[in-house]
Design a protein around this ligand. Sequence first.
Ligand SMILES: Nc1ncnc2c1ncn2[C@@H]1O[C@H](COP(=O)(O)OP(=O)(O)OP(=O)(O)O)[C@@H](O)[C@H]1O
Ligand SMILES: [Mg+2]
Length: 398
Amino acid sequence: MTAIVEFDPIGVESIKGALGQDALVLPGLDALKAHLDSNPFEDSVVLGPSVDQQEVFELAEQLRVTRPSLGVVMVRRRIDTTVLADALRAGVREVIQDRDLAGLAAAVRRQREIAARLREQLERGDSSPQQAQHGRVVTVFSAKGGCGKTTMATNIATGLAISGRGSVALLDLDLAFGDVAIALQLFPSHTIADAVGIGDELDGAAVRSLLTAHRSGVQALVAPLEPSASDTIDVALVQGIIDILRAEFDYVVIDTPPALDDNVLAAFDRSDVVALLATLDIPALKNLKLTLETLDLIGYPRERLRVVLNRADSKVGLALSEVEKTLKTPISAQVPSSRDVPASTNRGVAIVMDDPKSPVSVAIQSFIEEHIVVTPSSDDAIPAQMRNDRRSGRLWRR
Ligand SMILES: Nc1ncnc2c1ncn2[C@@H]1O[C@H](COP(=O)(O)OP(=O)(O)OP(=O)(O)O)[C@@H](O)[C@H]1O
Ligand SMILES: [Mg+2]
């Protein structure tokens, strides 16, 4: 069920019109809190335009801790970037414009799905919602250069940070040619190369001292400024750094070079989610298929993989169903092409922060919600052959 707080009767009618009659209208925030206390399975609340914005933020901040599965949806007459950023930071999951009734219905549906998945996880006992948000590692990879890995990695990290999901580290493993620092206009005093001299003393404090903060809140460990310095960084160091970042941060997002090298495999090994990027052209898709086959060969668990199509609206004559059939893998997200992407990068902000309502930002935030913040009960998303592989207990072997 969904609980609504809205003081204006006309507002109530339109929200109920969007949500259906099983929505429960409550007279105020105190009544809502009492309702939530006595209804542990309530999955979503809608706070209408007449509810004071600051009070919504305060409530969302409390609920994020006390009821992490509950989706808070805020309806406003006017939405600007500041409201959106403040709302997401407070823990409001979605902000919808009051006339967008279809958008409101879809938002509530999404929140219900997320709540149901979280409950399933709890019932299966595999992880509590809080645990699921701790130290999740997300690696973004594509074997072909220029598919949008850095764009995706910086946007995922920024999206997590500005939506108040917890602390976020961004690691640039494109050691020779990494451009996370350029994409976020960072002026780092240290890079990953400085970890080489630290040796056995490398711990949380030491790694933190090498990070550079972005204004979104993301803490980045950037690639060496000199490509040759990458030779000094071995895989044991990369493993150590990922383990430390994972212990220190709620999320670790990793950008990679366009090659499945030992460092990338070490990142995969430690990842909860691997976003495999491709664009809709034959060379990129061929590389993606080869990557999937290679990962199958080494027994990498398919349930951690997510195929993401970037610039997916390009009119190139490839049908998505054909692509899925060829890859034998479902497509988890499609990010459209937009000139605003390089424009935001040129301003040193990821587009999810620069223009949260753009279709690119919406696609990336949905990917974050559906595949990173919550572990989907992924059996449905995995073709039967892969489910069998998983059931037969085939492990990630290298
Ligand atoms: N959805 C998009 N719409 C428009 N432009 C995009 C999109 N995604 C990425 N780009 C642009 O494509 C270019 C390559 O993107 P990016 O640097 O993220 O790719 P990459 O995979 O990290 O490349 P490399 O393999 O060189 O590291 C950039 O100029 C970026 O702004
Ligand atoms: Mg890159």
